[in-house]
Design a protein around this ligand. Structure first.
Ligand code: C2G
Length: 129
């Protein structure tokens, strides 16, 4: 079984997230999503609209997602890859190069982002700042 892992905040879930998760799942058989906790989002400088539990429930309802685990810090990726016996790390190309250090532990793939959509854009378009 080929195991894939990806990381993110996935707030105000939208089709750009779904495209990424679909493409990630197509690379293997089992997709793990490490979901940023509200506390880690504060470190990332992101304020979430939905709580961690609500964002986790949304992700668990997606057919491509097999397991959701918490992302609590930048430093957990190597131990996650080892603990869950991950074959491939996947993330959007906006992160290109940032996680190449994982190549010592698993395949690293940066996928194209979906243009024109982002959580930030949704908030701005709705006048939520
Ligand atoms: N994404 C995408 N297309 C978009 C928007 C997002 O492909 N239009 C992808 C991002 O590239 C990322 C995933 O969807 O792979 C989740 O995006 P965010 O929730 O913005 O996550 P991010 O802040 O990039 O968190 O340790 C890594 C971080 O937790 C990644």
């Amino acid at each position: 079984m080929k195991k894939i892992i990806t990381y993110g905040t996935f707030d105000l879930l939208h089709y750009g997230h779904i495209n990424l998760l679909k493409a990630a799942k197509e690379l293997g058989d089992y997709l793990i999503v490490a979901l940023a906790t509200n506390e880690f989002n504060a470190i990332k400088g992101k304020k979430c609209y939905f709580s961690y539990e609500d964002r986790k429930n949304l992700l668990e309802a997606i057919r491509y997602v097999d397991l959701v685990i918490p992302e609590t810090c930048w430093e957990q990726k190597i131990s996650d890859v080892q603990e869950y016996k991950v074959d491939t790390f996947v993330i959007g190309e906006d992160w290109k190069g940032k996680f190449d250090f994982l190549e010592d532990y698993c395949e690293v793939i940066y996928l194209p982002r979906t243009p024109e959509i982002s959580t930030t854009k949704i908030k701005q378009d709705l006048g939520l700042g």
